[in-house]
Design a protein around this ligand. Structure first.
Ligand SMILES: Nc1ncnc2c1ncn2[C@@H]1O[C@H](COP(=O)(O)OP(=O)(O)O)[C@@H](O)[C@H]1O
Ligand SMILES: [Mg+2]
Length: 380
């Protein structure tokens, strides 16, 4: 199972420019999480801070008991080996074919024989659907294949944590759908903790177990997907629905006067530019391709979410309870379909019972959702 990442109060600035502050969240082991945010909100800076390529000003990021913000260089080097990173542009060496690109970390960081390296490289190329392309140069293949090659290279050291920086950028919707499926299939096969930063709404709605959003230098929210997908928080709602009306503008932020004017237009019946379809609500999550193992994260996540169910907003609770199978209901002591009188009763019930697998819990997990920072108010 992948490693847990516990981030508390993480704050980063470059000189006088604050990027984000007090980011607190926990990436549950082996689960897939997505961090959303408009361009320029510091998503790439966040990923780089997680692997110690950038030094946060304050806060901690603890992986296997090591805080990568304050640890020694030697420790950081060790912890970094747990990570596989897919950088935004794939970051392949243009003059090396795919085989050598993917083999690079193995030749750099291990003493494996060429025969062993070949076995691993071909396995990862197959895992990412690139079998037969090992002799190609990055310039000879499509953007989607380059992304997959970057992913194959991120996988060769058997990472426990995989970070993907906008894996969908530059891909058309069809290729993005394939890539989404690939990420879910990968999670099913290697049970790694995965964090994807993106501004792709479709990917955010269908891939992850957990969703977060960075906006105006803060983590607006982070929690189970059901929480954000049913959220009425204006920024989250606007973003997940791709609407023009809302706090997010072309230059990322709008002032109150502009928002009032837009609302007036909307009230007067003017379209906000959204294409008809109402995207709100909890859409089904992608499942692994038939024939692959089930994602082990699914059961663990259900246990975890049922434990914190009573702390979640009502709409999220309802969505979660409605998604439970009869088997789940028996497991969580919720009775059969007929027995419940609406989600409310089931939820109260679940909250009052000991959880099936009591565990230490995730202190950082819901903190941002319980006390949602007021977007637009508060700190300048
Ligand atoms: N090494 C750096 N030095 C100074 N400023 C930086 C550096 N890296 C990123 N930034 C700034 O941090 C902000 C956030 O950048 P980035 O993380 O790339 O945003 P995103 O990935 O969300 O689009 C930008 O204003 C960018 O100019
Ligand atoms: Mg970026």
């Amino acid at each position: 199972m992948g490693a847990e990442v516990v981030i508390e109060g993480l704050t980063k600035s470059f000189g006088k420019q604050a990027i984000w502050r007090d980011v607190t969240l926990t990436l549950p082991p082996g689960e897939v999480s997505v961090m959303l945010g408009p361009s320029g909100t510091g998503k790439s800076v966040f990923l780089k801070s997680m692997i110690g390529l950038l030094k946060p000003d304050r806060g901690s990021c603890v992986i296997n008991g090591v805080d990568i913000v304050t640890c020694s260089e030697a420790k950081l080097y060790e912890v970094r080996k747990l990570f596989g990173v897919l950088f935004q542009d794939g970051a392949l060496f243009g003059s090396m074919n795919l085989f050598d690109n993917v083999a690079f970390p193995l030749r750099e960081h291990t003493k494996k024989s060429e025969a062993e390296i070949k076995r691993i490289v071909l396995e990862k190329l197959e895992l990412t659907g690139l079998q037969g392309a090992e002799g190609k140069l990055p310039g000879e293949i499509s953007g989607g294949m380059r992304k997959r090659a970057g992913l194959a290279r991120a996988l060769v050291l058997d990472p426990e944590i995989i970070l993907c920086d906008e894996p969908d950028s530059g891909l058309d919707p069809v290729r993005t759908a394939y890539l989404s499926q690939l990420l879910i299939d990968l999670n099913a096969q290697i049970d790694a903790t995965i964090l994807i930063v993106t501004h792709n709404i479709n990917l955010a709605r269908t891939v992850p177990d957990n969703l977060g959003m960075l906006f105006r230098k803060e983590l607006v929210m982070f929690g189970p997907r059901e929480v954000l997908l049913t959220s009425e928080e204006p920024v989250v709602e606007q973003f997940l629905n791709g609407r023009r009306i809302g706090p997010i503008g072309m230059s990322e932020e709008k002032d109150a006067a502009q928002m009032a004017q837009e609302q007036a237009h909307l009230d007067a019946g003017h379209s906000d530019g959204t294409v008809g379809e109402d995207l709100r609500g909890i859409v089904p999550q992608l499942v692994p391709t038939p024939g692959l193992p089930e994602r082990q994260a699914v059961r663990r996540r259900k246990d975890r979410v049922m434990q914190i169910l009573h702390t979640l907003p009502q709409a999220a609770q309802q969505g979660i309870v409605e998604s439970l199978t009869d088997e789940d209901r028996a497991r969580y002591g919720l009775g059969g379909h007929g027995a419940r009188s609406g989600a409310q009763a089931a939820v109260t019930h679940a909250g009052g019972r000991p959880a099936p697998h009591p565990r230490a819990g995730y202190p950082g997990d819901m903190s941002s959702t319980q006390e949602i920072p007021r977007v637009g108010g508060g700190r300048p």
